[in-house]
Design a protein around this ligand. Structure first.
Ligand SMILES: N=c1c2ncn([C@@H]3O[C@H](COP(=O)(O)OP(=O)(O)OP(=O)(O)O)[C@@H](O)[C@H]3O)c2ncn1[C@@H]1O[C@H](COP(=O)(O)O)[C@@H](O)[C@H]1O
Length: 107
């Protein structure tokens, strides 16, 4: 089990965002703005869906990583900390409907 967390990645994204490093993809996305970053997020989402429906497990892992990275970039450009999303998720854990759904076998 890795110790690496989304919070670690959020920190890296924040550090690279305004690094001015011409080789930094993160810096490029921040410079190009929310439209380009959101477009990339959408593309990665589609690629994740394709890997899932194809049953491509390694592809699903790799595309999920791309998706989560681009999602954190979009959050960063929008000025929303990861902790806001985690708080939102935490707030949902008490909702009985959702808890029931999560415990039901999928089919
Ligand atoms: N996790 C990632 C990560 N995942 C994907 N990518 C980049 O996302 C880009 C987009 O992927 P695509 O396959 O769509 O690339 P592309 O076809 O070249 O892009 P376009 O032609 O569509 O513009 C690629 O350049 C990938 O390298 C990432 N870039 C950075 N990170 C993390 O961010 C850190 C800082 O990276 P830099 O900002 O590049 O220094 C890295 O150490 C990583 O931890």
């Amino acid at each position: 089990m890795t110790e690496f967390s989304l919070s670690d990645l959020e920190k890296i994204v924040g550090e690279r965002a305004h690094s001015g490093d011409p080789d930094s993809w993160t810096a490029k996305l921040f410079a190009r703005g929310i439209d380009k970053a959101a477009q990339k997020l959408g593309e990665e989402a589609v690629e994740t869906v394709i890997a899932a429906v194809k049953g491509d497990k390694q592809g699903l892992v790799s595309e999920s990583a791309d998706l989560i990275y681009h999602w954190l970039v979009v959050l960063g450009i929008a000025g929303i900390p990861l902790s806001d999303v985690l708080k939102e998720l935490e707030g949902r854990t008490g909702r009985s409907g959702i808890a029931e759904k999560a415990s039901r076998p999928q089919g």
